[in-house]
Design a binder for this molecule. Structure first.
Ligand code: SF4
Ligand SMILES: [Zn+2]
Length: 347
């Protein structure tokens, strides 16, 4: 790996080095970059002290945890899964509503320990519903609640797995965005100071990431072809940009990508719920532009001609029937209970 392509972006203040015998946990989303990062890690360290962690996001392309499991099985890497799990409550004394990972109610505003449970929040759309707003580039609560904090809680709870010099591997690349173009290859993890973050594929092009999978006969996640990419796009076209793995209704996606994603049948239950949530909260996915308006084929019900019910009704039932219990939540929930640093966190 060469790190000299963008030397001006490398941090000068403190020289960190990778430990000689670290325990490495690769954060795998199922996207091409995280798989490439996993492969780069294995090439550097072998598989002995490498494990993987996947944050289950119910708005990911369906089947993503299974895909991650298959990739890890092929590579002989143990995979751990965890998922967001928050209690949305209303204080019985001061009526303040608050979101917390603590199973015991505790209103920070007035100290009351009695509260009404309003809803469980285990997904991004639950969060949107709870906060009555969509995330945005400025307030990206989806990543903090459903990704960063979930991983940190898992790591705190599983320190015994992580040895004395743990390293988390992230598959971010400099070319992806201006924000990522300044990321260092190595740094202490913000909010989890005893862990290093290592980004082994910062200098990869998009095509390098896809080719890395191909070199190991690993088929990229189906979402790329489902969103219109061909083999040539994957392996021959040296271009950055989407379509990305992302949540199917990610607010970062331009309208044409949302439209394309909404045409994929397996994604439609998620879009259905997203449209329902958007109608309920009265806040649009993008400023002045509703999700529903960006997926015109959706409101025409093109993929649901045989049903008497509206597309949203049909698909929403399917979405809701996806039980969070189908993933190994127990371990994560236990982690949440013990995770003092994030317990009692409020919206
Ligand atoms: S993919 Fe988009 S919606 Fe999903 S967590 Fe990331 S920023 Fe949020
Ligand atoms: Zn209160």
């Amino acid at each position: 790996m060469s790190l000299s392509l963008f030397p001006e972006y490398e941090r000068q203040e403190r020289q960190l080095t990778l430990p000689e015998d670290p325990t490495i946990v690769v954060s795998i989303s199922g996207g091409k970059d995280s798989v490439a990062a996993l492969l780069a890690t294995l090439e550097t360290y072998g598989s002995q002290h490498v494990l993987a962690h996947h944050q289950v996001i119910l708005e990911d392309w369906p089947g993503t945890p299974e895909y991650c499991q298959e990739v890890c099985d092929v590579l002989g890497v143990p995979l751990y899964l965890s998922q967001a799990h928050y209690y949305g409550r209303e204080c019985r004394h001061c009526t303040k509503r608050y979101l917390s990972s603590d199973p015991e109610p505790h209103c920070r505003a007035c100290g009351c320990r009695d509260a009404k449970l309003i809803m469980m929040v285990t997904s991004i759309l639950d969060l949107v519903e709870w906060r009555r707003m969509w995330p945005s580039p400025a307030v990206r609560f989806c990543t903090s609640y459903c990704k960063r904090d979930v991983f940190n809680a898992w790591a705190r709870h599983n320190r015994h797995l992580l040895g004395t010099t743990p390293v988390v591997v992230l598959g971010e690349r400099w070319r992806e965005s201006p924000g990522r173009s300044r990321l260092p290859a190595l740094r202490s993890r913000p909010s989890l100071e005893w862990m290093l973050e290592w980004r082994p594929i910062l200098d990869y092009r998009r095509i390098d990431a896809f080719r890395a999978s191909r070199a190991y006969n690993i088929e990229p996640h189906y979402c790329y072809k489902a969103q219109g990419m061909t083999d040539e796009d994957l392996y021959e076209v040296d271009r950055e940009g989407g379509p990305r793995m992302s949540c199917v209704m990610c607010f970062y996606k331009p309208a044409h990508e949302l439209h394309a994603s909404a045409r994929v049948e397996v994604a439609q239950p998620i879009f259905a719920r997203a449209v329902t949530v958007e109608r309920t909260i009265g806040h649009t996915l993008k400023a002045g532009q509703s999700l529903e308006s960006m997926i015109p084929s959706w409101s025409r019900g093109e993929s649901h001609e045989q049903s008497d019910e509206s597309p949203a009704d049909v698909a929403c039932k399917a979405s809701i029937s996806r039980q969070p219990e189908s993933v190994p939540l127990l371990e994560h929930n236990q982690a949440r209970r013990q995770d003092k640093s994030t317990s009692g966190r409020e919206t």
